[in-house]
Design a protein around this ligand. Structure first.
Ligand code: AMP
Length: 224
């Protein structure tokens, strides 16, 4: 099964993606995660991407598009993938759609998680990242995934690991910029969402991201 998942930063897209990945044999590919790994590893790609990411800008298409198309060719994608964070603009959408068609790869689902912009912003600022696994959900504002206290500090509720915040999660200007890009229907990610909504590539599924994690999961799973 091959799936695209869209949602503004803060919509729970990463959390839902991780849940889908547990249920179906898909490799969860997060464009932002690939960039962060490269930054951590000090690679050339990481060095090029860092300045854009820190500002909340998109990394240029000539870096991002080949990076994702190459990633989809790896062996662990043969049985299916869940692509998260890409495409984010119409050029990426069109290039991906064409590349999949020319490789004879079927897109099964296109998932959109909708969320009001202000709620998305509040959610981002409260999220915490586990140093052991980015897919361990921790958020100071949500009782269901609140970090736990250990020796006077908050640690990951799943594994007890230390928690970090993403630098770009605490920077309001960067969050606003990321949301400007996401909600832009002409040149941004909503344009990519609409591209797939109208393209007929994959079944389009839209779920309301304002509900609890479990409710969103239930609604989403009922469509897959
Ligand atoms: P994310 O973890 O999805 O919020 O991504 C973090 C950052 O990585 C974004 O703010 C962008 O700077 C960069 N990024 C991730 N995906 C893309 C993409 N498809 N195109 C361009 N930049 C991206």
């Amino acid at each position: 099964m091959n799936i695209l998942i869209f949602g503004p930063n803060g919509s729970g897209k990463g959390t839902q993606g991780a849940i889908v990945q547990k249920k179906y044999p898909v490799t969860h590919i997060e464009s932002g995660g690939i960039f962060r790994e490269n930054i951590k590893g000090g690679t050339e790609l990481g060095k090029k991407a860092k300045e854009y990411i820190d500002r909340g800008d998109l990394v240029p298409d000539d870096i991002t598009i080949p990076m994702i198309l190459d990633r989809l060719k790896k062996d662990d994608c043969k049985n299916g993938w869940l692509l998260d964070g890409f495409p984010r603009n119409p050029a990426q959408a069109e290039t991906l759609d064409k590349a999949l068609k020319s490789a004879g790869i079927k897109l099964d689902y296109v998932i959109e998680i909708t969320l009001d912009r202000q709620i998305a912003k509040d959610r981002i600022m409260g999220r915490r990242l586990c140093v052991n696994d980015n897919n361990h959900p921790n958020h100071i504002a949500f009782p269901a995934i609140k970090p736990v206290e250990k020796d006077g500090k908050l640690v990951c509720r799943v594994c007890g690991g230390d928690l970090n915040t993403r630098a770009d999660d605490q920077d309001e200007a960067a969050i606003n910029k990321r949301h400007d890009i996401y909600y832009d229907e002409k040149t941004g990610t909503m344009a990519a969402v609409n591209y797939f909504k109208n393209s007929g590539s994959g079944k389009f599924v839209s779920v309301d991201g304002s509900k609890s994690i479990d409710e969103v999961t239930k609604e989403l799973m009922s469509h897959l």
